[in-house]
Ligand binder design. Structure first.
Ligand SMILES: [Zn+2]
Length: 477
């Protein structure tokens, strides 16, 4: 065992691991990471090097023939138990720490509380005002010490001569600054940790509510909102959800040293609503813009918002044969009235160009937007329009163009909204909305490759779960 080179041992271990499912591999990496967390909070060049070396070896190892690997494994079993990779790392770390402690001093930690300042903190650390001055004048990064906030920590070492050798200012889980003694002063180094992104799956069948089902599937409220947002163009989550609807979602989780920091993006999801399945895939194009598309490359979004305002109720529907509430004569109601408190923001329903912005008799403060395909949308009775827009300005879907009011001929605060196609008034509530731009031709091949790979992952997981559920239900009497 003593003449076993560490590199050889790693290879052998890695070879053994390679035969197990990927989950085990992750677990081993996890153990190594956990050991490193326990033994040292400061990432040292040595640890970093070891971590990447281990990963590289696992990656590069390909057994030449399965037989050979088996033989090696058999030999390994007969031999005395090997020191595991984790044990070896822990031993090396312990040695390194002992050396560090002897030269730099032992590591201590202090948590910043409200009311603390550098002087009080350094005083608590047993250091003089002169040291505060020396660290604070560290080139570039010294000034960051004036931004200290409660909850952040200082990890520090003072050597046997009473000199502050290291100050590690931990700003949050991912960012910190390390100040190290050099000559008569200090040098600072920013340390940024990249969270590990893991892929997670969740699926659920809805019995009572989407939120309950999501919660039971382990999804956070934020993820549920995002899921609803992605499919919100096709499914009305307030009215359309039925018992038996289901979803299957693949998403990112961000981890640091096996501790979950936050959720990432939804990568793909399928939502079955009243037996109709919708699938969305998040695709980042070569310009770095991310959007959700169906597997055949159509945008999940529509070119128009169904309703351009958060309304309390529809106070008057589109009706070509209506009796006008003020004039008591037969006058068509060419739009939909959305009642909402004065001042509620009004959003542009789609991308376009401002055709008119200002006052018109009857409409009061009004905005007309010209969109592609000869569509015009109208937003009337505003308390005020957004001054940053002028006639001819470009406007993007969702931008606030003004605020709800009751200017012009209106009996209460509401938005009168019209949707005109080729000059003909259409019912804004029921008109079929055009899709937003699909995947452009230039991105199509790249998108299809990504979509196929992603769909396979999503479906594979879905069927695994389905098979498992079926098995479970069969076992029940
Ligand atoms: Zn109206």
């Amino acid at each position: 065992m003593t003449n076993f080179s560490p590199r050889g041992a790693t290879r052998k271990r890695a070879g053994g691991i390679k035969r197990f499912p990927k989950r085990h591999l992750l677990l081993v990496t996890g153990v190594a990471a956990a050991v490193m967390t326990v033994v040292g909070l400061l990432p040292s060049p040595q640890v970093e090097a070891k971590r990447s070396e281990t990963e590289l070896l696992i990656d590069e190892f390909q057994p030449e023939s399965p037989k050979e690997t088996l033989k090696e494994l058999a030999f390994e079993e007969k031999a005395a138990p090997l020191e595991t990779q984790a044990q070896r790392l822990a031993r090396d770390e312990a040695e390194r720490l002992a050396t560090e402690e002897a030269t730099l001093g032992s590591r201590k930690r202090i948590t910043i509380e409200s009311g603390d300042n550098l002087s009080t903190l350094f005083d608590d650390m047993g250091l003089s005002a002169r040291v505060v001055y020396e660290v604070a004048k560290t080139p570039q990064l010294g000034k960051n010490l004036t931004d200290i906030r409660p909850g952040q920590t200082f990890e520090y070492r003072v050597n046997s001569e009473g000199i502050l050798t290291q100050l590690h200012y931990v700003q949050n889980k991912l960012e910190s600054i390390l100040y190290e003694r050099e000559g008569d002063g200090y040098v600072g180094k920013k340390i940024t940790l990249e969270p590990e992104v893991r892929i997670a799956f969740a699926e659920a069948s809805i019995k009572n509510s989407l939120f309950l089902a999501s919660q039971n599937a382990g999804l956070s409220e934020k993820m549920t909102m995002e899921l609803a947002g992605i499919f919100g163009w096709d499914i009305d989550f307030a009215l359309d959800i039925r018992s038996g609807d289901s979803f299957n979602v693949m998403y990112e989780e961000k981890y640091l040293d096996n501790e979950k920091l936050s959720d990432g993006n939804i990568i793909a999801a399928t939502f079955v609503n009243q037996s109709e399945a919708f699938t969305a895939i998040r695709y980042t194009d070569s310009h770095g813009n991310s959007n959700y598309y169906s597997p055949d490359g159509k945008s999940m979004k529509k070119a128009f918002l169904r309703t351009p305002v958060n309304f309390t109720r529809i106070s008057s529907s589109f009706n070509p044969n209506r009796l006008h509430p003020i004039f008591k004569t037969k006058r068509p109601h060419n739009g939909t009235d959305y009642a909402a408190p004065t001042g509620t923001p009004i959003k542009a329903a789609g991308d376009g160009k401002i055709q008119f912005i200002g006052w018109q008799n009857g409409f009061g403060n009004v905005v007309f937007i010209q969109h592609p395909h000869n569509i015009v949308t109208v937003y009337a009775h505003q308390s005020r329009v957004n001054k940053r827009f002028k006639t001819g300005s470009q406007v993007k879907q969702g931008q606030t163009i003004g605020y709800v009011g009751q200017t012009g001929w209106a009996t209460g605060p509401h938005l009168h909204y019209e949707f005109r196609v080729n000059g003909v008034h259409r019912n804004p509530v029921t008109v079929k909305l055009p899709d937003a731009s699909p995947i452009p031709k230039s991105e199509r091949a790249r998108f299809m490759a990504f979509a196929n790979k992603t769909m396979a992952q999503l479906e594979k997981h879905g069927t695994t779960m389905l098979a498992k559920n079926e098995k479970e239900s069969k076992q029940r009497p």
